[in-house]
Design a protein around this ligand. Structure first.
Ligand code: ADP
Ligand code: ASP
Ligand code: MG
Length: 452
């Protein structure tokens, strides 16, 4: 596809396909822009959480209750269709699969089984959306993204193979675009043997960006329940305001450090291929949104605050570290063997404190701290574990070059314990850890003094 004809991809999150009315509002948005030829959907709101719970292997009574809730959410959409019969049969088949897989999970759980189970959320929402479009006389085709979204077999947090995705997109998806609008699933993929995988919770944004890159689109539209990216989560600080334009670097820092509005990996393909990303609200498209692109005018020193909860801090004490070499190398190789990447880190002569990067947690939200890893670390040093901390990230520009940043930030936080600070590695962020219970007040206090 040449870049001269405008081509866009639009992704709608869970609340944007939560029910019949939400799906119709999302359909209106798609139809209002003829450049949108591919639509990526999440599962209807609430469904993935219920599927994850089923995948954990629950007793029959609870299983039936969860299944009933899933059926209720999807039937509420079917019941508003003019011709519900055929689609009801298809959804019933999906629900039977879900039921069968949940029984299997009750006997033995696995990450592969979890992915197979949770994929049904996106499979069902896309089927329903196609039906809604067809009833509106739009030629729309349901496309199983697993045919092209090739990943490795790290179930629950699979990594896409972009070369294969690119080739398969060109051969299997691109030729279809001229015929009809393509409706496909976010979040799910398949590994070489054909088994279903998932990209991690919130991964539909990432799917949209990956497909957008493979299709060489001129914009990726992310439709959600907020009209853009705000100076901080508007649920935490109601006075937060929208950022009309933001650079890839700033938005990527926000996503990495917990701004749930974008999955942390979303901007990788966008930056790589220089594709602008628009974020808007499907509830109120006329409210506009945020454009993420590679340059903005007058980037401010302080741009936004992000908050990531449930952080685990490991403090490692080694007496051997005094004048010793190789301690950090050993620590890192243990962590690498356990597939864990380090997030924040500070060191002293005999201590190293680090947090684990939770963006790698699986779709089932598994904890990252395994006892095998702790045992291995303990053979090297004394390990202290602190849970329930929150990471607050101040995102901005030229932060490490400016004077007075420390005073401006920490001056207003004197009532709070600051457990760890990371500053200077990136000129785009200043990160620190606070006790989980203080996190919201810290963000509110800081937002008030830096952004209001
Ligand atoms: P979707 O299901 O559409 O992917 P999400 O719930 O994953 O939606 O993301 C949208 C939510 O992200 C918003 O409701 C908001 O509470 C949260 N959020 C966190 N940080 C920000 C921010 N800086 N700007 C806007 N929304 C944010
Ligand atoms: N449905 C998946 C989730 O809830 C993926 C997504 O919504 O992006 O995590
Ligand atoms: Mg999301």
């Amino acid at each position: 596809m040449s870049t001269t004809t405008s081509l866009r991809i639009a992704k709608f999150g869970g609340t944007s396909v939560a029910d019949f009315d939400a799906m119709n509002r999302s359909a209106d948005i798609v139809l209002a822009d003829p450049a949108v030829r591919v639509v990526v959907l999440s599962a209807s709101a609430g469904i993935t959480n219920l599927l994850v719970a089923l995948a954990e292997g629950v007793a029959q009574e609870q299983r039936d209750a969860h299944l009933a809730k899933i059926r209720h959410i999807q039937y509420a959409i079917i019941d508003r269709l003019s011709h519900p019969h055929v689609i009801r049969e298809e959804i019933d088949r999906m629900l039977e699969n879900v039921s069968r897989l949940s029984e299997a999970a009750a006997l033995a759980t696995s990450n592969a089984l979890t992915d197979e189970l949770v994929s049904h959320g996106e499979l069902m929402s896309t089927l329903l959306f196609v039906e809604i479009l067809r009833e509106r006389h739009i030629s729309a085709e349901w496309f199983d993204v697993r045919k092209i979204m090739r990943t490795n077999d790290r179930f629950g947090r699979a990594e896409p193979d972009c070369d294969t995705l690119g080739a398969l997109t060109r051969s299997q998806l691109q030729p279809r675009l001229a015929e009809s609008l393509i409706i496909t699933q976010g979040f799910i993929g398949s590994e070489a043997k054909g088994r279903t995988t998932t990209l991690g919770r919130g991964g539909s944004d990432y799917t949209a960006a990956l497909l957008g890159e493979a299709l060489n689109v001129d914009r990726i539209d992310i439709w959600t329940d907020v009209p853009g990216i705000y100076t901080t989560d508007p649920r935490v600080v109601p006075t937060a305001h929208r950022i009309d334009q933001i650079t890839f670097e700033e938005a990527a820092e926000m996503a990495t450090f917990g701004a749930k509005v974008l999955h942390p990996a979303t901007l990788l393909p966008a930056v790589r291929s220089d594709i602008p990303v628009f974020v808007g609200s499907s509830k109120d498209p006329s409210a506009g949104g945020t454009l993420v692109c590679n340059k903005t005018e007058n980037p401010p020193l302080f741009r936004a605050l992000a908050l990531r909860r449930k952080q685990t801090l490991l403090t490692l004490h080694s007496l051997n570290m005094l004048h010793a070499r190789g301690f950090l190398a050993e620590v890192f190789s243990i962590l690498a063997r356990h597939n864990i990447s380090v997030d924040l880190i500070t060191t002293s002569e005999v201590n190293v404190a680090l947090t684990l990067d939770t963006t790698g947690s699986t779709s089932a939200g598994d904890g990252l701290l395994s006892s095998a890893m702790l045992t291995e670390l303990s053979s090297l040093c004394r390990v202290e574990v602190e849970e329930n901390l929150s990471l607050v990230a101040l995102i901005g520009n030229q932060l490490s070059q400016a004077c007075g940043v420390g005073k401006e930030v920490f001056g207003v936080l004197d009532p709070f314990n600051i457990r760890l600070i990371c500053y200077g590695a990136s000129s785009h962020n200043l990160c620190f850890l606070v006790p989980g219970n203080d996190a919201e007040r810290v963000v509110q206090t800081l937002h008030h003094s830096l952004f209001e």
